[in-house]
Structure formats: structure tokens, C-alpha cells
Ligand binder design. Sequence first.
Ligand SMILES: *Cc1c(COP(=O)(O)O)cnc(C)c1O
Length: 358
Amino acid sequence: MSRVYNFSAGPAALPLEVLDNIRNDIPDWQGTGMSVMEVSHRSAEFIELAARAEANLRKLLHVSDDYAVLFPQGGATLQMSMTPLNLAAPGAAADYVVTGSWGKKAAGEAKKFCNVTVAADASDRNFTYIPDPSEWQLSDGAAYLHYVPNETIAGVEFHFVPETDVPLVADMSSTILSRPIDVDRFGVIYAGAQKNIGPAGITLVIVRKDLLERAPDNLPHLMTWRAYAESDSMTNTPPTFAWYVADHIFRWLLAQGGVEAMAVINERKARKLYEAIDTSDFYSNPVSPGARSWMNVPFILADASLDKRFLEESKAAGLTNLKGHRSVGGMRASIYNAVTEEAVDALIDFMKEFERNV
Ligand SMILES: *Cc1c(COP(=O)(O)O)cnc(C)c1O
């Protein structure tokens, strides 16, 4: 067997231990004589799995009983629609802070349903910084304030939680479980799974229970957070295999020492990589130092004509998915929880070697 170091932005690397456990489980899951993909979501075994996954997620992020934990489908993108539909009456105001492509997309979607104010927009500097919160133009009586704590494409991360009097909604797709968060500061947290939770197909929504009451009764059932809360996310057949893998990931994270332990490793991985970039004239990262992401690290080669060769040679060296997003150019290394420190060290060694050889 040969495994590569996978720096994909998503779907992203999964821990090898988890993959090994899954492989062993597949033919006969928990003595059922079936794989988990073949059992009913209403079976005692699956209901136990679902309850354990929720309990472990609550343990990892210290989620209190004031919050519901939901596992819908549709990814983070569907939550960009469900957020205004569940929280804002038509015509109500909602504020969006746009620090990257995902925030922009979320604001664009919400405009179909409510009265969106873009309170701050970092596109003037190609999404390389976080506008100072003292300059945000917040509207009066907004139903909520939406932001993206980690913008996956430009690699811009908030290292603070904005202060606000209205419910704070966060798209945490690419930062969830990478470090501790104070859930009580948020009204809603949502995340697609395929970065730090598991395979694509399942979504995590953590929503303060009082906010569940805001949704109008005529909202489609599967678009209503309340419906998931009332059915333990078994509103319809859930993505059982993705849920099962997420359960493995949560257990793996607890065994690593939880998100507190991951944060120490993640901070170190990111620091090493930015250091390697900053100490070279050959590589650069355009993001303002205080806003650099721990999870997604874009870097540009001084000579863009070498991009193709960098990608070919890195791939030959077992380092994959380093091509940057077209809006940024250059390279991007996504270094989520399952990307080991060893992988980051291998990338840094390769970058130095490549610089020496060209
Ligand atoms: C990946 C990503 C998305 C899109 O997620 P889907 O699950 O594909 O809908 C949205 N927001 C952020 C911040 C992301 O990183």
C-alpha cells in the first residue's frame, strides 16, 4: 500500500487509523452480519451510533444543552440558504461580513430571502485581510450577523470572535474541530463535513435552541432546522455512511486529546510552513500575518512559470493536491487535522529542495 501526503482543500485527507478501522468494519459491522451501509437507520445499532456521534461532538466542542446538534445533508452551501430562511423573516435585515469567496457566496444567496447589508468587504485587497470590526457598518435590528471564520480559498482566518448583540452565524466548514471554540458566543455554527469531519454528504449544524422557533411553518420540511432537531436528524433517510465515518473521526479526535491537543499541533504545523515561506524570496504568502489561516496556506512562487514544474515534481515526490485556487494562483496546502506534522515537514523539505534546484 502506498499513501500520499494529501493537501487537498476538500474532500480532504482522513486519518489512516480511521480508514483501517473502517476497512475492518465493512463486511460485518458490530456483529450484524452487514456493513453499516446496509443496515436501517432505525436499527438499534445505528441509533446508538448517531447518539454517540452527537455526544462525542458535544464533548469535543463543549456544546451545552442550550444548543441542538443537527446532521443534515446539502453541505455548507445549503446552509447558506437555510440560514436566512430559518432566521430572517422576508424583508428583515441581515448583516454579512465578507472576507472571502464563501462569505460572498453566502451573502449573495441570502439576498434572495432577506435584506442583506454587507457590513464589511475585504475584496478591495483581494481577500488578504480582515477589516477592523470597529469599521463594520452594521444595520439596525439585523436578524443575525454572518461571517466565515476561515476562508478556505484565500487562507484568511479570524483569530478572534466578533462581538455582537445579534445572533452570530458562522460558516466553520474549514476550521471546525481544528481548535477550541466558545460555542456560547454563537447563534449558529455550520460546516460541511469534507474538511475536518469526514466524507462529503453530511453537514454539521449547531444551533441555539431558542432560534429554532423563528422558522415559519410553511418552510419546506427538509429546509427547517426545527424538523431535524425534533427527529434527531432522521427527518428522512440520513447519509448513514458519512455519519458513521464522522463518528469514527470524533472518536479519533478524542483519542488524540481533543481539539485542545489538535490546536497545539495545528498551530505548530502552520507556523512552520509560514516560516518556511517567509524566510524565502522564492515563495510568498499575500495574507496579512494576523489573519493567516491555520488550515489553508496559499503560497505563490516568485516565478509563476515554474508552477507547472512545482506541481509535477511535488506529485512525483508523493505530495498531492497543491494547486492553488484559480482566484489566488500559485499553490495552496490545506493542512487539516488529518494532515500530519510529518506531511508538513515533507512539504517544507520539498519546497527547499525545489528552490535549490531551479
Ligand atoms: C468547502 C466550503 C464550503 C462548501 O461546502 P459544501 O459542503 O460543498 O457545500 C462552504 N464554505 C466554506 C468555508 C468551505 O470551506
